[in-house]
Design a protein. Structure first.
Ligand SMILES: Nc1ncnc2c1ncn2[C@@H]1O[C@H](COP(=O)(O)OP(=O)(O)OP(=O)(O)O)[C@@H](O)[C@H]1O
Ligand SMILES: [Mg+2]
Length: 267
Protein backbone atom coordinates (compact mmCIF):
# COMPACT_ATOMS: atom_id res chain seq x y z
CA UNK A 1 0.00 0.00 0.00
CA UNK A 2 1.36 3.41 -0.91
CA UNK A 3 0.35 6.01 1.65
CA UNK A 4 -1.12 9.27 0.41
CA UNK A 5 1.52 11.99 0.76
CA UNK A 6 0.86 14.50 3.55
CA UNK A 7 1.42 17.37 1.14
CA UNK A 8 0.80 17.29 -2.60
CA UNK A 9 1.43 20.31 -4.80
CA UNK A 10 1.05 20.15 -8.57
CA UNK A 11 1.55 22.85 -11.18
CA UNK A 12 1.12 25.56 -8.54
CA UNK A 13 1.08 29.09 -9.93
CA UNK A 14 0.97 32.45 -8.20
CA UNK A 15 1.55 36.00 -9.38
CA UNK A 16 1.53 39.27 -7.49
CA UNK A 17 0.30 41.80 -10.03
CA UNK A 18 2.38 41.09 -13.11
CA UNK A 19 5.21 39.48 -11.11
CA UNK A 20 4.98 35.73 -11.66
CA UNK A 21 6.46 34.17 -8.50
CA UNK A 22 5.38 30.51 -8.80
CA UNK A 23 5.38 29.14 -12.34
CA UNK A 24 4.32 25.54 -11.82
CA UNK A 25 5.62 24.17 -8.53
CA UNK A 26 5.44 20.40 -8.07
CA UNK A 27 6.29 18.74 -4.79
CA UNK A 28 5.10 15.87 -2.62
CA UNK A 29 5.96 15.34 1.02
CA UNK A 30 5.65 11.86 2.53
CA UNK A 31 4.02 11.46 5.93
CA UNK A 32 6.40 11.72 8.86
CA UNK A 33 9.21 13.12 6.74
CA UNK A 34 11.10 16.38 6.92
CA UNK A 35 11.43 18.31 3.68
CA UNK A 36 13.49 21.47 3.39
CA UNK A 37 12.48 24.01 0.78
CA UNK A 38 15.57 25.95 -0.22
CA UNK A 39 15.71 29.11 -2.23
CA UNK A 40 17.26 32.54 -2.28
CA UNK A 41 15.53 35.69 -0.99
CA UNK A 42 12.38 36.28 -2.94
CA UNK A 43 12.32 32.80 -4.51
CA UNK A 44 8.76 32.27 -3.28
CA UNK A 45 9.26 29.99 -0.25
CA UNK A 46 6.96 31.98 2.03
CA UNK A 47 4.43 32.19 -0.79
CA UNK A 48 4.32 28.37 -1.02
CA UNK A 49 3.92 28.06 2.75
CA UNK A 50 1.17 30.70 2.83
CA UNK A 51 -0.76 28.91 0.09
CA UNK A 52 -0.41 25.55 1.84
CA UNK A 53 -1.60 27.03 5.12
CA UNK A 54 -4.63 28.62 3.36
CA UNK A 55 -3.53 32.20 4.09
CA UNK A 56 -3.19 32.97 0.39
CA UNK A 57 -5.12 31.86 -2.69
CA UNK A 58 -3.21 30.45 -5.66
CA UNK A 59 -3.87 31.27 -9.31
CA UNK A 60 -3.47 27.83 -10.83
CA UNK A 61 -2.54 24.22 -10.20
CA UNK A 62 -3.46 22.44 -7.00
CA UNK A 63 -2.30 22.09 -3.41
CA UNK A 64 -3.55 19.63 -0.82
CA UNK A 65 -2.61 18.87 2.76
CA UNK A 66 -3.65 15.66 4.51
CA UNK A 67 -5.77 14.89 1.45
CA UNK A 68 -7.72 18.17 1.75
CA UNK A 69 -7.66 20.74 -1.02
CA UNK A 70 -6.41 24.15 0.17
CA UNK A 71 -8.82 25.99 -2.12
CA UNK A 72 -12.02 24.02 -1.52
CA UNK A 73 -11.48 22.53 1.98
CA UNK A 74 -9.54 25.23 3.82
CA UNK A 75 -11.17 24.44 7.19
CA UNK A 76 -10.06 20.81 7.05
CA UNK A 77 -6.58 21.91 6.02
CA UNK A 78 -6.38 24.34 8.93
CA UNK A 79 -7.39 21.62 11.38
CA UNK A 80 -4.53 19.44 10.15
CA UNK A 81 -1.71 21.95 10.28
CA UNK A 82 0.23 24.45 12.26
CA UNK A 83 2.31 27.31 10.96
CA UNK A 84 5.30 28.95 12.55
CA UNK A 85 5.74 32.04 10.43
CA UNK A 86 8.95 33.71 9.40
CA UNK A 87 8.45 36.33 12.12
CA UNK A 88 7.69 35.22 15.68
CA UNK A 89 4.03 35.42 16.62
CA UNK A 90 4.29 35.54 20.42
CA UNK A 91 2.46 38.17 22.45
CA UNK A 92 5.15 40.14 24.23
CA UNK A 93 2.94 41.45 27.02
CA UNK A 94 1.93 37.95 28.11
CA UNK A 95 4.28 35.53 29.83
CA UNK A 96 5.46 32.45 27.96
CA UNK A 97 3.01 30.34 29.93
CA UNK A 98 0.12 32.70 29.24
CA UNK A 99 0.89 32.61 25.51
CA UNK A 100 0.65 28.81 25.58
CA UNK A 101 -2.53 28.80 27.65
CA UNK A 102 -4.09 31.30 25.24
CA UNK A 103 -3.44 29.09 22.22
CA UNK A 104 -4.71 25.98 24.05
CA UNK A 105 -7.93 27.87 24.90
CA UNK A 106 -8.31 29.06 21.30
CA UNK A 107 -8.01 25.44 20.22
CA UNK A 108 -10.73 24.49 22.76
CA UNK A 109 -8.50 21.99 24.54
CA UNK A 110 -9.10 20.70 28.05
CA UNK A 111 -6.56 21.56 30.76
CA UNK A 112 -4.78 24.44 29.01
CA UNK A 113 -2.60 25.00 32.09
CA UNK A 114 -1.32 21.44 32.08
CA UNK A 115 -0.64 21.60 28.33
CA UNK A 116 1.30 24.84 28.81
CA UNK A 117 3.39 23.40 31.65
CA UNK A 118 4.26 20.29 29.68
CA UNK A 119 5.42 22.37 26.70
CA UNK A 120 7.47 24.67 28.93
CA UNK A 121 9.33 21.61 30.21
CA UNK A 122 9.79 20.17 26.72
CA UNK A 123 11.24 23.44 25.42
CA UNK A 124 13.39 24.17 28.51
CA UNK A 125 11.37 27.30 29.25
CA UNK A 126 10.00 26.39 32.68
CA UNK A 127 12.16 28.88 34.58
CA UNK A 128 11.23 31.72 32.24
CA UNK A 129 7.62 30.60 31.88
CA UNK A 130 6.10 33.25 34.12
CA UNK A 131 8.15 36.11 32.73
CA UNK A 132 6.90 38.46 30.01
CA UNK A 133 7.78 37.02 26.59
CA UNK A 134 8.99 40.50 25.63
CA UNK A 135 12.03 39.90 27.85
CA UNK A 136 13.02 36.63 26.12
CA UNK A 137 16.10 36.29 23.96
CA UNK A 138 15.60 35.60 20.25
CA UNK A 139 16.18 31.86 20.74
CA UNK A 140 13.74 31.60 23.64
CA UNK A 141 11.11 33.47 21.64
CA UNK A 142 11.60 31.11 18.68
CA UNK A 143 11.23 28.08 20.94
CA UNK A 144 8.08 29.52 22.50
CA UNK A 145 6.73 30.24 19.02
CA UNK A 146 7.33 26.64 17.92
CA UNK A 147 5.87 25.32 21.20
CA UNK A 148 2.71 27.39 20.57
CA UNK A 149 2.35 25.94 17.10
CA UNK A 150 2.49 22.36 18.41
CA UNK A 151 -0.55 22.73 20.65
CA UNK A 152 -3.29 20.38 19.50
CA UNK A 153 -0.77 17.97 17.89
CA UNK A 154 -1.14 19.02 14.25
CA UNK A 155 -0.16 16.28 11.82
CA UNK A 156 1.58 18.67 9.42
CA UNK A 157 3.85 21.48 10.60
CA UNK A 158 5.11 24.36 8.46
CA UNK A 159 8.17 26.17 9.72
CA UNK A 160 9.16 29.24 7.73
CA UNK A 161 12.85 29.90 8.44
CA UNK A 162 12.69 28.46 11.95
CA UNK A 163 16.30 29.23 12.85
CA UNK A 164 16.98 32.55 11.17
CA UNK A 165 18.66 34.84 13.68
CA UNK A 166 19.41 32.09 16.20
CA UNK A 167 22.83 31.35 17.69
CA UNK A 168 24.37 27.92 16.98
CA UNK A 169 23.15 26.34 20.25
CA UNK A 170 19.60 27.60 19.82
CA UNK A 171 19.69 26.35 16.23
CA UNK A 172 20.74 22.87 17.35
CA UNK A 173 17.88 22.86 19.86
CA UNK A 174 15.35 23.76 17.20
CA UNK A 175 16.80 21.00 14.98
CA UNK A 176 16.43 18.48 17.82
CA UNK A 177 12.84 19.59 18.32
CA UNK A 178 12.07 19.20 14.64
CA UNK A 179 13.69 15.76 14.55
CA UNK A 180 11.68 14.54 17.51
CA UNK A 181 8.49 15.82 15.89
CA UNK A 182 9.19 13.84 12.74
CA UNK A 183 10.17 10.77 14.76
CA UNK A 184 6.72 10.94 16.38
CA UNK A 185 5.09 10.89 12.93
CA UNK A 186 4.57 14.61 12.29
CA UNK A 187 5.24 15.80 8.75
CA UNK A 188 7.46 18.87 8.58
CA UNK A 189 7.92 21.26 5.68
CA UNK A 190 10.47 23.90 6.52
CA UNK A 191 12.01 26.68 4.53
CA UNK A 192 15.57 27.74 5.05
CA UNK A 193 18.38 29.68 3.51
CA UNK A 194 20.97 27.74 5.50
CA UNK A 195 22.21 24.93 3.31
CA UNK A 196 23.75 23.29 6.33
CA UNK A 197 20.37 23.24 8.08
CA UNK A 198 18.90 21.32 5.17
CA UNK A 199 21.88 18.94 5.22
CA UNK A 200 21.51 18.21 8.94
CA UNK A 201 17.80 17.96 9.19
CA UNK A 202 15.95 17.11 6.04
CA UNK A 203 15.09 13.70 4.59
CA UNK A 204 14.65 15.42 1.26
CA UNK A 205 15.70 18.79 -0.07
CA UNK A 206 13.76 20.73 -2.72
CA UNK A 207 15.28 23.73 -4.43
CA UNK A 208 12.90 26.47 -5.54
CA UNK A 209 14.36 28.62 -8.28
CA UNK A 210 12.72 30.94 -10.79
CA UNK A 211 9.27 29.76 -9.87
CA UNK A 212 9.83 26.01 -10.08
CA UNK A 213 11.29 23.16 -8.05
CA UNK A 214 14.44 22.57 -10.04
CA UNK A 215 15.80 19.74 -7.87
CA UNK A 216 14.25 17.47 -5.27
CA UNK A 217 16.02 14.58 -3.64
CA UNK A 218 17.93 13.22 -0.69
CA UNK A 219 21.23 14.84 0.15
CA UNK A 220 23.03 11.84 -1.40
CA UNK A 221 20.99 12.19 -4.59
CA UNK A 222 21.73 15.91 -4.82
CA UNK A 223 25.42 15.31 -4.26
CA UNK A 224 25.42 12.81 -7.11
CA UNK A 225 24.43 15.62 -9.49
CA UNK A 226 27.99 16.85 -9.40
CA UNK A 227 30.98 14.94 -10.79
CA UNK A 228 32.34 12.29 -8.37
CA UNK A 229 34.56 13.66 -5.62
CA UNK A 230 38.29 13.65 -6.19
CA UNK A 231 40.60 12.73 -3.34
CA UNK A 232 42.56 15.71 -2.11
CA UNK A 233 44.73 16.05 0.95
CA UNK A 234 43.90 19.12 2.98
CA UNK A 235 44.62 20.05 6.57
CA UNK A 236 41.34 19.82 8.47
CA UNK A 237 40.55 23.15 10.07
CA UNK A 238 37.74 23.46 12.60
CA UNK A 239 34.80 25.55 11.45
CA UNK A 240 34.09 28.73 13.35
CA UNK A 241 30.88 27.08 14.58
CA UNK A 242 32.88 24.16 16.03
CA UNK A 243 35.21 26.61 17.77
CA UNK A 244 32.28 28.59 19.13
CA UNK A 245 30.52 25.49 20.44
CA UNK A 246 33.74 24.13 21.95
CA UNK A 247 34.63 27.28 23.85
CA UNK A 248 31.10 28.00 25.00
CA UNK A 249 30.91 24.31 25.95
CA UNK A 250 27.40 23.80 24.77
CA UNK A 251 25.55 21.14 22.92
CA UNK A 252 22.87 20.26 25.44
CA UNK A 253 19.83 22.05 26.71
CA UNK A 254 21.24 22.17 30.29
CA UNK A 255 23.38 24.98 29.19
CA UNK A 256 20.50 26.78 27.60
CA UNK A 257 18.50 26.42 30.81
CA UNK A 258 21.34 27.98 32.75
CA UNK A 259 21.35 30.82 30.26
CA UNK A 260 17.60 31.29 30.54
CA UNK A 261 17.68 31.76 34.30
CA UNK A 262 20.44 34.34 34.39
CA UNK A 263 18.46 37.40 33.47
CA UNK A 264 15.91 38.78 31.10
CA UNK A 265 18.17 40.72 28.80
CA UNK A 266 18.16 40.33 25.06
CA UNK A 267 21.17 38.95 23.31
N1 LIG B 1 1.81 40.46 -0.84
C1 LIG B 1 2.70 40.63 -1.81
N2 LIG B 1 2.53 41.60 -2.76
C2 LIG B 1 3.43 41.77 -3.75
N3 LIG B 1 4.55 41.05 -3.89
C3 LIG B 1 4.80 40.10 -2.99
C4 LIG B 1 3.89 39.84 -1.90
N4 LIG B 1 4.39 38.83 -1.15
C5 LIG B 1 5.55 38.47 -1.75
N5 LIG B 1 5.79 39.22 -2.85
C6 LIG B 1 6.95 39.08 -3.77
O1 LIG B 1 7.00 37.74 -4.20
C7 LIG B 1 8.34 37.25 -4.24
C8 LIG B 1 8.45 36.02 -3.38
O2 LIG B 1 8.28 36.37 -2.02
P1 LIG B 1 8.39 35.34 -0.84
O3 LIG B 1 8.16 36.07 0.41
O4 LIG B 1 7.51 34.17 -1.13
O5 LIG B 1 9.92 34.88 -0.99
P2 LIG B 1 10.83 34.02 0.01
O6 LIG B 1 11.44 32.93 -0.81
O7 LIG B 1 10.04 33.61 1.20
O8 LIG B 1 11.95 35.09 0.40
P3 LIG B 1 12.78 35.28 1.77
O9 LIG B 1 13.88 34.28 1.70
O10 LIG B 1 13.31 36.66 1.66
O11 LIG B 1 11.84 35.08 2.92
C9 LIG B 1 9.20 38.43 -3.79
O12 LIG B 1 9.69 39.07 -4.94
C10 LIG B 1 8.25 39.31 -3.03
O13 LIG B 1 8.63 40.66 -3.12
MG1 LIG C 1 10.22 34.01 3.22
Amino acid sequence: MIAEPAIRVAGLRKSYGDQEVLRGVDIEVARGSIVALLGSNGAGKTTVVRILSTLLAHDGGSASVNGFDTATQPRDVRESISLTGQFAAVDEILSGRENLVLVARLRHLKNPGAIADELLVRFSLTDAGRRRAGTYSGGMRRRLDIAMSLIGNPSVVFLDEPTTGLDPQARIEVWNTVRSLAAAGTTVLLTTQYLEEAEHLADRIAILHEGRIIQNGTLAELKRLLPPARTEYVEKQPTLEEVFLAITGATASDDRRAHDTTDGTER
